[in-house]
Design a protein around this ligand. Sequence first.
Ligand code: FDP
Length: 313
Amino acid sequence: MPSSHLPTLGAFLDGRVPAGVAAIVEAFGDASAALRDALATAPLRDLLGATGETNVQEEATAKLDQYANDLFHRSLAIPGVAQLISEEDALPVVLGGGDYTVCFDPLDGSSNIGVAPVGSVIGIYTGFPAGPFDGATPVTGRQMSVAGFVVYGLPTVMVLATGGQVDGFAFDPEDRTWRLVFPGIRAQRAKYSSINWMYRDRWSPSVVRAVDAASHGLRGRYSGSMVEDVLRVLMSGGVFLYPEDSASPGGKLRMLYEICPIGLIMESAGGAAIDGNRAVLDVPVTEPHQRGPLVAGAVEAVERYRLAYSTPD
Ligand code: FDP
């Protein structure tokens, strides 16, 4: 059965967000569609393996990290975009005098390349000071108008937070369009706990207590690809956790293009996202690649975490 009866991404965005934002989301959709093709044929086109270089985060750069970063830069450099902040770039790239700062992780879950689904994340911000973001004036995730992510699975799914609601789109390779298939996604009751349990020895007593409280009675699922785990939390219910630990005392995930977009998506879906105490969307960000802890999902599980985390030892 053809998908033509389902609203396209363009039709969905029309009138719901400003035209400039719609153009950025559509550009993100186009780049994601092209990345999907590259991922599907990567072993055939010599796109697996590492480049031999390391990125600003001191992580080995996979060929697909670089490929994806180039793709998103080419696609997102459009009128209205003032600067691009990518996980893969040391510094923000200033484009012009537009209203929007677009932060993105072109390929999330790099350890899964070639073996399991990976994804891409985007946050579209307004109100950044002019020039490359240097943190002199802190920003927060509340400045995002739209946040989204794509999971390159079967199907390839895009989740978007726009105007206080969350919707899911699937990519139709037949006519190369994104179509609305999951309208009005709500963060459901907690079912799964997604956390890397192998790090238990690295957690402080308050994190151990809080993780156990949040996860009590839930089933475990962890892929090593944040967006895949967050998609499961949204579609089936649960909580995703990446707390601070002794290896990453300030947390591992990055604020502008990982934590905040997931924060806006969770809050818009009726869930919650905190760093332990605070909503992640209220945390001041002063560096392009600032890190933080993240606990995101069903309110009941996130609140259990917050309570146990703040209980004195
Ligand atoms: P990756 O480093 O492979 O890109 O963004 C960071 C991230 O993946 C998340 O997607 C994922 O949830 C997490 O790190 C996995 O980290 P661990 O291997 O430390 O569990």
